[in-house]
Design a protein around this ligand. Sequence first.
Ligand SMILES: Cc1ncc(COP(=O)(O)O)c(C=O)c1O
Length: 352
Amino acid sequence: MTKPVHGGNLAWAATIAGCPTSAIIDFSASINPLGPPNSALQAIQSNINQLRAYPDPSYQELKKAISLTHPPLTPEWVLPGNGAAELLTWAALELSKLETTYLLVPAFSDYWRALKTFAANVVECPLEIGEWKLEQLAIKSDISKGLLLNNPHNPTGMLMELESIVPFLEKFGLVVVDEAFMDFLPPPQLESLIPLVTKFDNLVILRSLTKFYSLPGLRIGYVISHPERLRKWEKWRDPWSVNSLAIAAAQAVLEDKVFQEQTWNWLSKACPQLFQGLAELPGLQPYSGAANFLLVKSEKSVDQLQIKLLKEYQILIRDCLSFAELGDRYFRVAVRTQEENQKLIDALAKIL
Ligand SMILES: Cc1ncc(COP(=O)(O)O)c(C=O)c1O
């Protein structure tokens, strides 16, 4: 079995560890360990009979439910998708029609998948880890150029302030901001661009329900942008790309304030605990992150560290080989429960 590009490949990890997939503690996919919320599971169970009918292809109810979580937006500003990944495809098609797309690197590998599919002309903008240095983006107003950003940024965990993105909205023809991890920030710390979407018709914001609500297998996300653009995307894509159970679960979790509070409470304690534990280990340097994962620099080869953690402790971390700029001296770990975080810290302490 070849080494996976994405995190969360438990079949590969179990083969290396020589154990069932259920025995792996997965730090490689940045998924909320408290989920999925009961509200999602109950909604799926009670809507199981919906499988007999096609979903509403215009997704009116779901659009309404999503728009209500982002007042004062109305449903036509929202389009649900088969995960943020599906919507990224349509964003990439739009970007590919522009002369150039500026892309912050290291970048989530799926951006490359989507941009290459449509032969977009990509200019890489290397990011200095630990600080946002975007001078290379100091272009003059040029509507023939596009920009693809990720905030908070995967894999560094860096968060860009809303105000620092506004100048790009004034310059670029199209700005796509992937906010797949933004939900992990409690409301007072949010830097989401959603409040600006009615001001800028060149803004596209991607959101995912995968990470925060721990639903990667269900496939559900949404995009917020100008209604004219979303009507165009609806014509481009397959009908019924969001299934009936995803609709039911999404509507339930968006209203689940208890789960949202629990997640913010857990993360506010578990993230500093993991950071501190990693920082105290020899040869490791974690970078502080705004979301539910941490990027860590390692003096030792991560390839070997990853295999040892799997074979000796059934723990899976995310190597950064798919991020060309990072290579074998970085890894990424999801923040998990405090007990599991401690297991990782203890295992690394023994290996290092
Ligand atoms: C930055 C980023 N955006 C989008 C996605 C895809 O999210 P979804 O599961 O909603 O397609 C991922 C998944 O790893 C991601 O890391």
